[in-house]
Design a protein around this ligand. Structure first.
Ligand code: PGA
Length: 248
């Protein structure tokens, strides 16, 4: 039985004081959650938010990590820097990083391997664009992203995968629960072929893309969907809590 994991992806939103306010509101609302609750916050918020959620059931995540131990990589953040602040999860290969910041399957792979080596849990994002879906290329694209992005991983169960159809991110268009379930089923089948069936059956795979309180229950009821990566709706405590408490 896989445990559900609902993670907020704040993207480039909230100053440190705004972030603290948000998690202070969130804490009581999600205190009785049955799922794992994570907030992935901008680097500048990690310290303050980490302090604010101490002792709660909310876990701390970052939005990126570099693969090198340290060095001349202006603007990047190392795993050790994150670990010292109590970060447990890190989003890797979000479509916005791929689209605007030159992230490739190769850099996704390097970041993922380093995160794992350091004991961070990577949330590795995969997903197709609208053009790729309409061209019937979804499975082909996902297979490449998984094969290249996850190359060399020893224990697949130590990662989380987020399936985020790019056309559903921030657009208000959600994949139907059937579409999301079917595609995540394909991802799991592919992982079974690339790694082993038993570990593929255990790995948590989230859906992401315009998930909100109104559609969370239906999406979460699908057999293959083990959680959500939440953008817009993670910026309001009530909305995020509404997703976390999808089963209440
Ligand atoms: P959204 O973003 O929920 O605003 O669509 C999801 C994401 O990009 O992780």
């Amino acid at each position: 039985m896989r445990k559900a994991i609902i993670a907020g992806n704040w993207k480039m939103n909230k100053t440190p004081s705004e972030g603290v306010k948000l998690v202070e509101e969130l804490k009581p609302l999600v205190a009785n959650a049955d799922c794992e609750v994570v907030v992935c916050v901008p680097a500048t918020n990690i310290y303050a938010v980490g302090q604010a959620i101490k002792g709660s059931n909310i876990k701390l995540g970052a939005e990126n990590v570099h693969w090198a131990e340290s060095g001349a990589f202006t603007g990047e953040i190392s795993a050790d820097m994150l670990l010292e602040l109590g970060v447990e999860y890190v989003i890797i290969g979000h479509s916005e990083r791929r689209q605007y910041f030159g992230e490739t399957d190769e850099t996704v792979n390097k970041r993922t391997l380093t995160a794992l080596k350091k004991g961070l849990t990577p949330i590795v994002c995969v997903g197709e664009t609208l053009e790729e879906r309409e061209g019937n290329k979804t499975e082909e694209v996902l297979k490449v992203q998984l094969t290249e992005g996850l190359k060399g991983i020893e224990d697949l169960t130590k990662i989380v995968i987020a399936y985020e159809p790019v056309w559903a991110i921030g657009t208000g268009k959600t994949a139907t629960s059937e579409q999301a379930n079917e595609t995540i089923g394909f991802i799991r089948k592919t992982l079974g072929e690339l790694f082993c069936e038993k570990c593929a059956a255990q790995v948590q795979i989230q859906y992401g893309g315009s998930m909100k309180p109104g559609n969370a229950k239906e999406l979460m009821a699908m057999e293959e969907i083990d959680g959500g990566l939440i953008g817009g709706a993670a910026l309001k405590a009530e909305d995020f809590a509404g997703i976390v408490n999808y089963n209440k």
